[in-house]
Design a protein around this ligand. Structure first.
Ligand SMILES: Cc1cc2nc3c(=O)[nH]c(=O)nc-3n(C[C@H](O)[C@H](O)[C@H](O)COP(=O)(O)O)c2cc1C
Ligand SMILES: CCCCCCC(=O)C(=O)O
Length: 383
């Protein structure tokens, strides 16, 4: 529920109305919207609401530690920023503000291939790990150059989005004729971004037309070899919901998976990520870490996802709300709220460490799908 805010927001959701008040209507709907009836957007939240916690007692929670490692790098909390295109839509500094905010908490930011700032400039300002999200572009030469640039700039991982052979039917974008203002561009794809992005057309989304021109829907399992042969960075697949796909990805040696339905923006009717997570964790059986995004709006959501087997969670829209409401400080506050709420939830659930977040903490519905094994990030555990 979104409450009315007086003074500094006390919850992440209180950032939403602040952001809305500062954004053009069409941009707000681009951020918030999902595909079709938006049933998957709602399902992500409903799953977090449905799963309840059975707190433990008498477990000495005088110190609760949220720190962890994510792909081997220290993080102050099991959190990260999900990839989102064009942060300049939310605030003038764009992705520079985001990486600075995330860096203060030592959590990773996944920078989108459609970032509105150059990789080099983003890396210059980053004090935490930055990963690069890729769409499978028709023009493989461009993709290769993008990977090389990100590696040279010091990015630490590649996140290949696999749920987007085309954009979902985002009706809000179409209704509001969403298009980018002329000053916002994709500097990492210089020369590759066509005018579609800036063209208003009634009843259609400029992004969707753009995606159709750029994203190659023929992406398949054999293409992972191509990517592997072009990079030394860890490869993360984003957008996996099925156990069979997860097992296949782990067989192929991917370095991590993100259980994601793209925040309900792709297939309307896709499973909620919290519901899909335990099957994926079980299928992967400890061979790589499993992350989750979609609908995470508070510390108890993080706790539930971790108890159900996620190594860390990524946050999308709330970071844009923070950026739109108060720039870098807003994004930092959103992430800080999430970390502080997680620490609070751990104390009240009787869990002083992240390791103690196990499936039996959740009501029977979720506990019934307990993961077989979780991923071991210790040097011995990592392959
Ligand atoms: C405005 C917006 C832009 C996004 N752009 C991308 C993108 O470029 N690449 C991608 O893989 N996912 C993209 N996503 C999906 C997010 O990475 C993430 O999966 C989703 O937002 C998580 O759900 P949440 O917003 O409920 O936290 C975008 C999401 C939003 C809201
Ligand atoms: C070709 C531009 C596509 C940007 C898509 C961004 C995105 O994934 C989203 O959900 O929006």
């Amino acid at each position: 529920m979104t409450a009315t805010t007086v003074g500094r927001p006390l919850t992440i959701e209180e950032y939403a109305p602040l952001a809305r008040a500062r954004l053009p209507e069409a941009t707000w709907h681009y951020f918030e919207g999902g595909a079709g009836t938006e049933s998957t957007v709602e399902a992500n939240r409903a799953a977090f609401r449905r799963v309840r916690i059975r707190p433990r007692v008498l477990s000495d929670v005088s110190h609760c530690d949220t720190s962890t490692t994510i792909l081997g790098e220290p993080a102050s909390a099991p959190l990260g920023v999900a990839p989102m295109a064009y942060h300049e839509l939310a605030c003038e500094e764009g992705e520079v503000a985001t990486v600075r905010a995330a860096g203060e908490l030592r959590v990773p930011t996944v920078v989108g291939i459609f970032a509105s700032r150059s990789f080099e400039r983003i890396a210059e300002h980053a004090t935490g790990p930055v990963w690069l999200q890729l769409y499978w572009l028709h023009r493989r030469g461009v993709l290769e150059r993008v990977v090389r640039r990100a590696e040279d700039a010091g990015f630490r991982a590649l996140v290949l989005t696999v749920d987007t052979p085309r954009l979902g039917r985002r009706l809000r974008e179409a209704r509001h004729g969403f298009h980018l203002p002329p000053h916002i561009t994709a500097p990492n794809l210089d020369g590759e971004v066509t005018g579609f992005l800036h063209e208003h057309e009634d009843g259609s989304s400029a992004l969707s037309r753009h995606a159709d021109a750029f994203i190659d829907p023929s992406l398949n399992w054999s293409d992972l070899d191509w990517l592997r042969s072009r990079t030394r960075l860890p490869i993360v697949l984003k957008g996996v919901l099925s156990a069979a796909d997860a097992a296949r990805a782990a067989d192929l040696g991917v370095d991590a998976l993100i259980v994601s339905n793209h925040g309900g923006r792709q297939l309307d009717g896709a499973s909620a990520t919290l519901d899909a997570l335990p099957d994926v964790v079980r299928a992967v059986a400890g061979r790589c870490p499993v992350f989750l995004d979609g609908g995470v709006r508070g510390g108890t959501d993080v706790l539930k996802a971790l108890a159900a087997g996620a190594r860390a969670v990524f946050v999308g829209r709330p970071v844009l709300w923070g950026l739109a409401a108060a720039g870098e400080a807003g994004a930092r506050d959103v992430l800080t709220l999430l970390r502080d709420e997680l620490e609070d939830a751990m104390a009240l659930a009787g869990c002083p460490s992240l390791d103690s977040l196990t499936p039996d903490l959740l009501d029977r519905g979720a506990a019934a799908v307990a993961p077989a094994a979780s991923y071991d990030e210790s040097p011995e555990g990592r392959r």
